[in-house]
Design a protein. Structure first.
Length: 106
């Protein structure tokens, strides 16, 4: 009996089947590890986006809470609308235009 079992295990067909099963298992393992790695990267990216969105949300909540204060209203009126208090003078900086034509004439 032991001789027949040893002959069965050394049969080329059995060895081939075992090798094919091992290769398929290794291939599936590699694919699963690659997919897991990709999913972990996606999770990290999404978590970073969530953290960024939460920080932006907190910033907006602070702005909303601060929007009723007189200082904020004054700041918006000055910066966005260009308003000034009575008696104040508003200075607008003017940048000089560079004339490339006048530089090339000399």
């Amino acid at each position: 009996m032991p001789r027949q079992r040893k002959d069965f295990l050394l049969n080329p067909a059995v060895i081939t089947i075992v090798i094919v099963i091992a290769v398929v298992a290794a291939f599936n393992f590699y694919q699963n590890m690659t997919k897991m790695s990709q999913l972990e990267n996606q999770i990290e990216e999404i978590e970073a986006q969530i953290a960024k969105a939460e920080a932006e949300n907190e910033k907006l909540k602070k702005q909303l809470a601060n929007s009723d204060s007189n200082e904020y209203i004054e700041e918006v009126a000055r910066e966005k609308l260009g308003l000034v208090k009575p008696g104040e003078k508003m200075f607008i900086p003017v940048e000089e235009e560079e004339n490339s034509d006048s530089d090339n004439k000399d």
